[in-house]
Design a protein around this ligand. Structure first.
Ligand code: FES
Ligand code: FE2
Length: 458
């Protein structure tokens, strides 16, 4: 029996028994409460950000032994690190003495962490190393209960580090399932099948975190919400086919599609809209200040190879969404961090390529310089439209008596969506099938009591 069960708090914090989830999440609509109720948010921190695999960090952010970066698992502050033996761990950023956060830095390199409050010192394996003036204690500090708590299951998929507290969660590769296909393709288009994570555009909005996930594969809003971006992208273009122009007239007739990939994950593939040739991706890249000059110089220097190399700077037209908090969008890694029921951080990490075999010669830095410019576009000129929508939805949902949010686009139209043998469901680009399916996974998690545990070094 846990301490929460002994004091009678387990059922309250668990959240599940108090709600009829089948009423709140229906086939075609969801109740406003799932975005506005603090008790549901509290339960999500256990059932979702605890009960399933959650993206924590990228291995390239902690490349060397003793590198660390501070992150969160739901609301739990974490130190994600590579310990002195090279093992990746996710320590709770919480001193075992009186509970303060142990590390106040965003990132760094440290073999040990000294608590700023009373100076307890911990190795980066989580083990307590020593306390000031130990003769004032009668206890045995060798007891593992004084070692830092850590996430018991931390695994990587091709550089993406995930963690879960749920001992019953399926192995990471099973849980990712078919979404690994687009992730592999997203990586494999880069030299060595790798990217390195750079600094981030950090946005926050006053809205529930699921509003961002609802939107992550939404092809229905693009021409309305992002009209100014579409116009900017094409203002100087002769053919009017830059950026997301493929959404313009009838997006459902375009070759792009949205695909539900199981376990809450989904994929918007806009690559079929492109001319499949070297330079086909760069050809739709929208204007960025100074780009023409860089491109001309690049073409002069690299001649016949320029198109293929410029594609490495172009923004990959995919949205790969890994439930609950990771999106690969263009060349970005986007992470959603819930802050409260009505506050979320939306962080856009840029990525650059690395050339470990030297096959790119001296083009790598130039490609990365251009790639950085292309990555400035959407977070600054597109995401702002999206977060404005999220904040206005959160406002609209304060109309207590108007209870339902509809996500039934495509539902009930024979032949519109196709279920494949692997269980994935493919539909036209503006379909809301991915929302209906991921929210079923959310409901399943909210109805299931997860087997959460922490671990400490022995
Ligand atoms: S709270 Fe960390 S040493 Fe006291
Ligand atoms: Fe958008």
């Amino acid at each position: 029996m846990t301490i929460l069960e002994r004091v009678g708090l387990a059922r309250r914090l668990d959240g599940a028994p108090r709600y009829d989830w089948d009423e709140l999440v229906q086939e075609d609509r969801v109740h406003r409460l799932i975005y506005t109720d603090p008790a549901i948010f509290a339960a999500e921190m256990t059932h979702v950000f605890g009960g399933t695999w959650v993206y924590l960090a990228h291995e390239s952010e902690i490349p060397a032994e003793n590198d660390f970066i501070t992150r969160r698992l739901g609301l739990r502050p974490l130190i994600v690190l590579r310990d002195q033996n090279g093992r990746i761990r996710a320590l709770y950023n919480r001193c075992t003495h009186r509970g303060t956060t142990l590390c106040r830095w965003d990132k760094g390199n440290a073999k040990s962490f000294q608590c700023p409050y009373h100076g307890w010192n911990f190795l980066n394996t989580g083990k307590l190393r020593g306390v000031p003036w130990p003769d004032g204690y009668a206890c045995d500090f060798k007891d593992p209960k004084y070692n830092i708590a850590q996430v018991p299951r931390v695994e990587s998929y091709r550089g993406f580090i995930f963690g879960t507290l749920n001992l019953d969660a399926p192995p990471l590769p099973h849980w990712l399932g078919p979404i690994t296909r687009p992730i592999d393709q997203w990586l494999d288009r880069n030299p060595g099948g790798k990217v390195v994570v750079c600094e981030a555009n950090r946005l926050k909005f006053k809205g529930n975190w699921k509003l961002a996930y609802d939107n992550s594969g939404d092809g229905y809003h693009v021409v309305y919400s992002h009209r100014s971006l579409l116009e900017t992208e094409n203002r100087l273009a002769e053919d009017g086919n830059k950026g997301m122009a493929y959404y313009r007239s009838s997006p459902d007739a375009a070759p792009m599609y949205v695909q539900y990939m199981g376990n809450g994950h989904h994929f918007k593939d806009k690559r079929p809209n492109l001319n499949q040739r070297p330079g086909g991706l760069w050809a739709i890249e929208s204007p960025h200040p100074g780009m023409e000059h860089c491109e001309a110089e690049f073409r002069r220097r690299y001649g016949a190879r320029a198109d293929e190399l410029l594609d490495l700077a172009g923004s990959e037209p995919v949205n790969i969404n890994v439930f609950p908090n990771l999106s690969l969008l263009g060349n970005h890694i986007q992470v959603f961090e819930p802050v409260s029921v009505e506050e979320t951080n939306a962080i856009w990490y840029g990525t650059r390529i690395v050339d470990e075999t030297g096959g790119l010669g001296d083009a790598t830095d130039e490609i990365n310089a251009l790639r950085m410019r292309t990555q400035e576009g959407f977070p600054n000129f597109g995401e702002v439209d999206d977060v404005a929508n999220f904040e206005q939805i959160q406002r609209g949902l304060q109309c207590l008596e108007d209870e339902w949010v509809y996500m039934h686009r495509g539902l009930g139209i024979p032949g519109r969506a196709h279920t494949h043998d692997d269980g994935t469901i493919r539909a036209p680009a503006t379909d809301e099938v991915f929302m209906r399916e991921y929210i079923k996974e959310w409901k399943r998690l909210m109805q299931t009591r997860p087997n959460l545990a922490i671990q400490r070094e022995p």
